[in-house]
Write a protein that binds this ligand. Sequence first.
Ligand code: HEM
Length: 147
Amino acid sequence: MDIYIWVKAFHIIAVIAWMAGMLYLPRLFVYHCAAEKGSVQSETFKLMERRLLRAIINPAMIVTWALGLWLAWMGPDSRFGWFASGWLQAKFALVLVLSAVHGLFARWVKAFATDQNRHSQRFYRIINEVPTLLLIAIVILVVVKPF
Ligand code: HEM
């Protein structure tokens, strides 16, 4: 049994769960902006945001990181694994940016939970595109390995 392909399969499964949440959460923020503070709708969005973050996005990020790093150490270079490759270094930088965006999302979930959101609907619509662009760049780097 080749452990590498099994780790890769579960890495991809975790990536899908993480990205599903990272693409959906800012959509919820967009709709939440339109809901009146204290309304039933607003309270429902709070619950959805908290559950999505805690049950899906946070654990999926941890599993993606753990399995990704494991794969990286199992790479072809006997000392540095895939870390010796340019594509992984670039991917690593973009994943750090994605993780920082994740941190911002967590902060905004907290702000909404206490009715202290300070951003507009338009702001969240624009932010919504950031995980998409990072996802495209990361997948091209890891599949095409251009350098
Ligand atoms: C957390 C840091 C991460 C590290 C260290 C990492 C590292 C790796 C490594 C070493 C591979 C194996 C490449 C190969 O066998 O050719 C891999 C596969 C893959 N990673 Fe990651 N990864 C990380 C996060 C991510 C993220 C955030 C995404 C997507 C948004 C992603 C998407 C993929 C995909 C689609 C593959 C399969 C590529 C293929 O088999 O051709 N990874 N990752």
